[in-house]
Design a protein around this ligand. Structure first.
Ligand SMILES: *[C@@H]1O[C@H](CO)[C@@H](O)[C@H](O)[C@H]1NC(C)=O
Length: 124
């Protein structure tokens, strides 16, 4: 990701000084089992979660709240809108065991998940 966050979002960077778009791109690469680019959002657009007609996007990794929150912060830090957790997770119903605040996939050594990304959407 080459997205630049507004300076007021420095709080959202992780311990490696990576902005949420970089962290989201690295995690989404794990979720998608391949390269994943997080592009900047044009005005009026938002990022989406698992897609109805694309089962490969319906997995516990993309359906985790840290991935959702990092993607949302990536939108917010560009002054763009983001969708609710319930909208993001619409096609996550195959994974009834999903718990908010849990990321169960591997975290590449090249990144770190900031603590705020573990907040539970339903509570905060
Ligand atoms: C963010 O977006 C709003 C509404 O489109 C706009 O009024 C505001 O100037 C933008 N802020 C920045 C920092 O770009």
């Amino acid at each position: 990701s080459n997205v630049t966050c507004l300076p007021s979002y420095s709080w959202a960077s992780n311990s490696k000084s990576q902005n949420p778009c970089i962290v989201a791109a690295i995690l989404q690469t794990v979720c998608n089992d391949g390269v994943f680019t997080v592009n900047s959002l044009p005005d009026g657009y938002h990022y989406i979660g698992p897609r109805q007609n694309d089962p490969s996007t319906q997995n516990v990794c993309i359906c985790s709240t840290p991935v959702y929150e990092l993607m949302s912060a990536c939108a917010d830090c560009q002054n763009r809108t983001f969708i609710s957790w319930s909208a993001w997770s619409l096609y996550c119903t195959n994974f009834p065991g999903i718990q908010e605040g849990i990321y169960n996939s591997s975290i590449p050594r090249s990144t770190a998940i900031p603590q705020w990304a573990f907040e539970k959407p339903s509570q905060n």
